[in-house]
Design a binder for this molecule. Structure first.
Ligand code: 13P
Length: 255
């Protein structure tokens, strides 16, 4: 069985002081964190080290991006080994905000996924169509291309331990989540495409998340679907109460 996974992506939110306050509040509620759900927070780089020191042990660290080279003349970038040294275990690759605003192409994302997996960290490949692509009936075509290229540098064992996050761009930060049925439809297909390209074992092992306007009161609808293994949450992960409520909802839905 695949373990459920709840990931919070803080994007460019929280100073070190604010991140510490979150972790302290979470620490006070740590008795309510379920043991059977993997919990991960992806804060800005600046808060990684402070959080490593004070986050409850049940919550793992993730990063929101990484450069594909181990080091070099890349002003402003951070590499996978640098993040690994800080205790990061998961790294997002190809979040739609990176694709839209910072020029992350499918090929670039593939190289990031490769670098993350080669360091034996867990790549979280983010995919999803925008509104215009959905309206013109191109959702499957766009998502399939992102998945195929994004995972193409990995062997079946690395795919099996990787994570894919399906985040339709029109659902991110809009309050307009996909329906659970639509999310299951696309995510079921992603698993099928992975089976075609990487084999049954990889397809059965890879965890696939839904993201886009997930909150405590809708998360269980998603994680109750057969192919949805958890959620990647933006706004609702910024509040410790809401993060704990989502963790509990995922645990109850999976029981
Ligand atoms: P929201 O949960 O704020 O819609 O953001 C989703 C997201 O982009 C997570 O990576």
């Amino acid at each position: 069985m695949r373990r459920k996974l709840l990931m919070g992506n803080w994007k460019m939110h929280k100073t070190v002081a604010e991140a510490r306050a979150f972790a302290e509040a979470l620490g006070r509620m740590s008795g309510r964190l379920p043991a059977d759900v993997d919990l991960v927070l992806c804060p800005p780089y600046t808060a990684l080290h402070p959080l490593r020191v004070i986050l409850p042990a049940a919550v793992r660290l993730g990063a929101q991006n990484a450069h594909e080279a181990p080091h070099g003349a890349f002003t402003g970038e951070v590499s996978v080994p640098m993040l690994q040294e800080l205790g990061v275990q998961y790294i997002l690759a190809g979040h739609s905000e990176r694709r839209q605003m910072f020029g992350d192409t499918d090929e670039r994302v593939r190289e990031k996924v490769r670098a993350i997996a080669e360091a034996e960290l867990i790549p979280v490949l983010c995919v999803g169509e925008n509104l215009e692509e959905r309206r013109s009936g191109r959702t499957y075509e766009v998502v399939r291309r992102q998945v195929d290229i994004g995972l193409s540098a990995l062997g079946p064992d690395a795919v099996k331990t990787a994570v894919v996050a399906y985040e339709p761009v029109w659902a991110i930060g809009t309050g307009q989540a996909a329906t659970a049925a639509d999310a299951q439809d696309v995510i079921g297909r992603i698993r099928m495409w992975i089976r075609d390209s990487h084999g049954a074992e990889a397809a059965d092992g890879v965890r696939i998340l839904y993201g886009g306007s997930v909150k405590p009161d809708n998360i269980a609808q998603f994680t109750a679907q057969p192919d949805i293994d958890g959620a990647l949450v933006g706004g609702a992960s910024l509040d410790p109460e809401s993060f704990v409520a989502m963790a509990q909802a995922v645990a109850q839905g999976g029981a």
